[in-house]
Ligand binder design. Sequence first.
Ligand code: PSU
Ligand code: MN
Length: 418
Amino acid sequence: MAARTLSSWLTRPALKSMAHLRRLPSIPRQPNYAFLRSHYQSYTSAPFLSRLINIHPEVADAIANNRPVVALESTIYTHGALSEDFPHALDRLVREHGAIPAVCGVYAGVPTVGLQPAEIMRMVSEGAKKASRRDLAYLVGKGDKLHGGTTISGTMVLARLAGIRVFGTGGLGGVHRGGESSMDVSADLTELGRTRVAVVSSGCKGFLDIPRTLEYLETQGVLVATFADEGQERVEFPAFWARESGSPSPAVVRDEKEAAGIILAQEKLGIESGLLFANPIPKQFAIPRKDMEEIIATAVREAEEKGFTGNANTPYILKRIRELSQGKSVPANKALVEANVGRAARIAVELAKMLDGSPVTPRTVTTTTTTTTTTTSYEGFDAAGKPSAGRMINVESKEVEAKTKPEIVGFADLMKLP
Ligand code: PSU
Ligand code: MN
């Protein structure tokens, strides 16, 4: 009997049993951004997700086609008491920038991405629970058709599920004053530690403990980068109504394109933590720190005396600040939210440009290198032809070499390499 050769062993049935292996996509030898893009889409816009959460068709379509989308929170409407037309104003603002707004929340027990202004108004009038990560399953699973106004934490969870990368809002929760003993630390901070969504906010309110908030974010592995519009190398982390907090920002970012590059780098590196981009309140609306300090101190003291703890603490303090400042804080609050949402939309537009998949010819740079070679020669030779003890001379020769290569300035350029 003839010995079985390798080729006879690889008969059709054997090959057939290995067919599943052949179906595996080949692993690209170098980063293949087209592959990564399609992979990303395939699990963010998968049809099964739409059965779990209600993604508005306009939003789903934009996500699937890498068009700019901005997530917005609903706590700002259900618990923020800013004004009735604010949902419409933010909706318009995002669209004016060429992006699609996606308000996140739990609507009648259904986690929803892309709440419409009328639905938000219904949540406001019927009442909604303030919902962070911990509350989502409760509201959805209980079957009571409850509404949930999602905080930054809750909104990040829904945005990430839907595949939205950027989220614009007002103020971030933080470590409360005295948090080292009360342990009142906003779930926004742990959420940023575990959920890869970029949040644009005006830092956090001065009634929080900002140095400890920044420490906590560092521990959680969260990038905190503040926009420096005037090209400063160092800026302070902003404190909501005030552009300064006294605490330096751990990192600085110059513009929306840079922010978009950072967001994509985080994604390609597979780091799952969120990113915080702080955007100081526009100068003309800023309220100096000392003007707010007394009001804040009163609001914080009252909250403590009246026993507003847990997730009721922030809304109570915010309400008292609104009352005590006789509404002065409201226009500032709206202006900063609009500034942040506008920024978030511009970041989303930059991201879409980087993700559009059309390879562009990279800019090229030509570098010239001049190599100078020095050879030592002797002036005299002896009878055998060997250099004699004559005078040493140096002969220099120059060679000019020109090289042309693509110029990679940052991650954005890397993304565009074919
Ligand atoms: N800070 C503000 N405005 C707000 C909030 C915080 O200046 O509306 C809301 C946001 O929804 C934020 C939440 O995610 O409060 C934080 O609440 P807590 O401190 O209970 O985690
Ligand atoms: Mn809290």
